[in-house]
Design a protein around this ligand. Sequence first.
Ligand code: KG4
Ligand code: ZN
Length: 335
Amino acid sequence: LDQPLILGIETSCDETGVGLVRGCELLGDEVASSVDQHARFGGVVPEVASRAHLEAMTPTVRRALDSAGVKLADVDAIAVTAGPGLAGALLVGVSAAKAYAMALGKPLYGVNHLVGHVAVDQLEHGPLPKPAIALLVSGGHTSLLLMRDLATDVQSLGDTVDDAAGEAYDKVARLLNLPYPGGPPIDRAAREGDARAIRFPRGKWGDGTYDFSFSGLKTAVARWVEDTVRDGREVPVNDIAAGFQESVVDVLTRKAVDACLEHGVEHLVISGGVAANSRLRALAEQRCAEAGINLRVPRPRLCTDNGAMIAALGAEVVAAGLPPSSLNLATDTSL
Ligand code: KG4
Ligand code: ZN
């Protein structure tokens, strides 16, 4: 029996994503990003993102259908990001999803963006063993989740208390005069630097929680840059990038592995834009191997915001037999 064809729509931040999925099979995945429009502001401007979603929605759905070689009428269910995310941006996707559901007479499922980041791994590595722990690291989130079931049982273990990990990369890149988004240039600079040259503080290290904090680290970097400039010395960009990055990935991987050990969980998924980071991947691999944990990291294209992740989660929700959302579905910024 053929599994249902799920159309997934994602508009929580600055990417208009549309995906088509059957079970764990990825059929179509198209993303239109407004990232270039936000670059000169050094961060996402909500009103700009909302307008870009509105303009990109219909053409992106069309491209996804074309690339998958299916027709709109073939779609069995529509999944959409209900939250968390930017309120105005979410509304565009939810409104579009309702319109498609109504026009096609097919069920609508509002799903959680964070869980979508985990579900997408199934499109690359097959069904996710249960239970699993996920570390989600992007410009908007830094969360540790315990998943007993993707569709029905997800528990938040911890979160950032201030900046998200990617946000810290973006802000530190700005301090170092590197372009936005800051993750890739810092990743590159760090490879040329010495991670032991400068030791930056590790936020919430050993505090017995699974929460994170990166704003103190960002301030420490800012101080370092200021002092160096004041003393008339050249700013050692590569060493600062390497030291900053080491602080971030040290805490992320330590807490993720600790959570797995405490909960007796053997599978860790790392996803979100920051999962593309080369040092995070290397250190996670090393520490998971030492702890006997099976590590799954989706390819970078699937780690960043996209519609396929929402379709992948939609497929799980449909398979679990959960009831569809009503056409009054509201955006919801909680987990
Ligand atoms: O998942 P994503 O595309 O969008 C959301 O924020 O939801 O993540 C974007 C974030 C940005 O902050 C960017 O700087 C960061 O991911 N990023 C990286 C790398 N590539 C992207 N951070 C560290 N290292 C990278 N290689
Ligand atoms: Zn995201």
